[in-house]
Design a protein. Sequence first.
Length: 172
Amino acid sequence: MPHDYEPIMPQPSTADDARFLEATAISILDKLSVETEHEAHIRNSYQLRRAAIEIEIAAKRADEMARLDALQREMDEALPRINARLAELRDHAQKIVLVLGKTVNGPGLAFMAVYSKGRITWNSDKLEALGVEHPAILTAKSIGAPSVAIRAIATKAQGENKQYQAVATVIA
């Protein structure tokens, strides 16, 4: 059988040389089988160790997710109480400012209470009807109740401490 390549070694010249080469080939094939089994063992060992590490990582992730869930529950429990307290403080400040009848602001505060006098509104239907029949249209005039708005104040401390922004967001 012709070959397109140069053989690595010459053809055996005797039957003993042929048997020797055959025995050498068998020995090499035996080593190849052993090495292949060793490679398969290493590959299997790698896959088992990798699977164990992946399970460990998944377990740690589950633990970390449980910690995050617990933190979320804490937050879910705390926020309603905090928001209720903030609403109580806001309402109390608004009532005081309504009694004072003026805006209240102090140095270094994160919030101010802005007083707005009651708005003047007109009932359009009454105004039109009265305007045709009577010049005394001022009876349609109504004055709304005064109001107070709590607003965040941009301060130097606010730029340094982002907690003010978080509080302002919760209150808004």
